[in-house]
Write a new protein. Structure first.
Length: 560
């Protein structure tokens, strides 16, 4: 086992423990994984933050915090941690069809009304001082809660969200009550949310002016209306992108300051007195430790094969051409195939996650290009690449993959059970599966295995030894270029290069580290075993787990 990987388990454990300490405010807050039954008999899930000293006799004000589309309750950690440090009870809710809340997504007001009803049912909550906070689609969820029970809250914060979108009521001078809108200067969804392609221009839209009851452009950081009357309004525009709200101290500061003014925080702390980023750093360390531990386990539980398999080498022209196609094809197919999945591979009871279906169709398309390219090159250089995929090696490879993945899953489940911590940084997150998600995982697993088989053949069809880093870069660099091209015009004050693709552009962030790690795993396994199966199986298990646990379930699954 490489000595350089011995640090990985220690980093993993240290990250978990530090994250647990920060999110509990070093013992000052209790964080509980809570489940409750919603209005239609569906299970809802959340993390409940309870500051020490909160009792029935000494109730605390409370805040319902809800994440955006294809995220989970942990995404709101920055807000939940800072609210709890200031003495609020916080329910960080999983939307319906997300995390551990039952499918389907978008149902029951995104889960917002059920979350607010549950929060108000807690005997240690001061029902006269309840706030709502939601990011993106979570903003629509808290507005659904406000519309269902308009007298059940005192103030609301919408981060990267809007009124009058996706079925929630249009905003007026009186609704929602005491509103802070935090909408970033580079938010990718300004056209959807506020009817303008350029985010900075939302201040001049009729929609926002109506909400703020003004005929002039809305001024940032200026208080409109009256808190006592419930008509207060304020706009903040931090210099981040839409998912950047989760990593913005300015966004968090504006949010806690608003609740200080409208709910009167039990514990007064300066707005910029924040600790949440230490948890974000800790879960990043845990995620890096997880990656290193994966490679360590591969070294321990895969059989080394010292037999050199001499593969034919490509000519310089073929090598360059295949390299260019390998980098460009997945990126060029990224938007078209995922868009096409809405028509050709819609969510069904068997494959109930639409975002996962889009990734799957893209994967099949990319895998097909990889196989065609391999066959084309082999036509010119000869050789039998099927020697890399001997079926006799499939069962031993599957055994090794199940051992490696099983150990990793046990670590993840232990971190969740003992500390309510998952492995994440920003939009990249890995967490245990619910029973419903496990049945979904089993349906998708063989389909993604087909892709990873094709990908492994394409990566390893010509040389017996590869650089893991080089193959990781080969798979991911195209998406780095795509993101640079998309965001450059937006960050210069305009819009995305392809403004019709805000959601999938944000999804593309995840493809960079995931594909980089896929290339490393595939190459490490191939260099040890001389065949593609071990890397194929491990990547299939890990990526299918990652996808099915971290996105939305749009249809009730056939099983589970």
């Amino acid at each position: 086992m490489p000595i350089k990987l011995y640090w990985a388990p220690s980093l993993l454990v240290a990250g978990i423990l530090l994250a647990a300490l920060v999110q509990t405010n070093f013992g000052g807050v209790s964080v509980k994984d809570t489940r409750f039954i919603g209005s239609t008999g569906n299970q809802m899930s959340g993390l409940l933050y309870i500051p020490n000293g909160t009792t029935v006799d000494s109730p605390a004000p409370a805040i319902l915090a809800i994440h955006g589309y294809i995220n989970t309750r942990e995404t709101q950690s920055a807000f939940a941690i800072e609210f709890a440090r200031r003495g609020y009870v916080v329910l960080a809710l999983d939307q319906t069809g997300h995390g551990y809340s039952d499918a389907p997504a978008f149902s029951n007001g995104f889960g917002g009304p059920d979350g607010l009803a549950y929060l108000r049912s807690l005997p240690f909550v001061d029902q006269d001082r309840i706030g709502l906070e939601g990011h993106s689609m979570g903003g629509w969820a808290v507005q659904a809660a406000a519309a269902t029970n308009p007298d059940a809250y005192q103030a609301i914060v919408l981060t990267g969200s809007s009124t009058g979108t996706f079925g929630v009521p249009e905003g007026t001078a009186e609704y929602p009550r005491n509103l802070l809108l935090v909408f970033s200067l580079f938010d990718e969804f300004s056209a959807l949310m506020w009817d303008t392609a350029v985010p900075a221009d939302i201040v001049a839209t009729t929609k926002l002016k109506t909400l703020f009851a003004t005929n002039a452009d809305v001024a940032r950081k200026q208080l409109y209306g009256d808190i006592e009357l419930g008509t207060a309004r304020m706009l903040q525009m931090p210099s981040v992108i839409h998912p950047g709200d989760h990593l913005s101290t300015d966004t968090v500061a504006a949010t806690v300051a608003w609740f200080d003014r409208t709910l009167e925080s039990p514990i007064l702390l300066p707005d910029q007195n924040q600790t949440w980023y230490w948890k974000e750093l800790a879960t990043l360390l845990a995620l890096l430790g997880f990656a290193g531990t994966t490679l360590l386990l591969i070294s321990r539980f895969t059989a080394a094969n010292d037999v050199e398999q001499h593969q034919p080498q490509l000519s310089p022209g073929l090598k360059l051409g295949s390299l260019v196609i390998s980098v460009l094809a997945p990126v060029l197919l990224f938007f078209p195939l995922q868009d096409a999945a809405n028509l050709v591979l819609p969510a069904t009871a068997l494959l109930p996650q639409q975002i996962t279906n889009g990734v799957l169709l893209w994967a099949w398309g990319s895998g097909l290009v990889s196989l065609i390219l391999l066959l084309f090159c082999r036509y010119f250089v000869g050789g039998n690449f099927f020697q890399l995929a001997k079926l006799a090696l499939l069962i031993p490879a599957l055994k090794s993959a199940l051992i490696v993945t099983g150990i990793l899953y046990a670590v993840s489940a232990s971190a969740q059970f003992l500390f309510s911590v998952d492995f994440r940084f920003w939009v990249v997150a890995l967490k245990p599966l619910s029973s419903q998600q496990f049945s979904i995982f089993l349906c998708y697993l063989p389909l993604f295995t087909v892709f990873f088989t094709a990908l492994s053949l394409g990566l390893h069809g010509f040389r017996s030894q590869h650089s893991a880093i080089q193959n990781g870069v080969l798979l991911s660099v195209g998406f780095v270029v795509l993101l640079i091209m998309q965001y450059t015009p937006l960050l210069l004050g305009g819009t995305l290069m392809l403004p019709s693709q805000p959601l999938l552009t944000i999804v593309a962030f995840q493809f960079v580290p995931i594909l980089f790690f896929v290339g490393i795993i595939s190459t490490k396994c191939f260099n040890r075993t001389g065949n593609i199966w071990t890397g194929t199986m491990i990547n299939s298990l890990l990526v299918t787990w990652y996808l099915t646990a971290g996105t939305a379930t749009h249809v009730l699954p056939l099983f589970g």
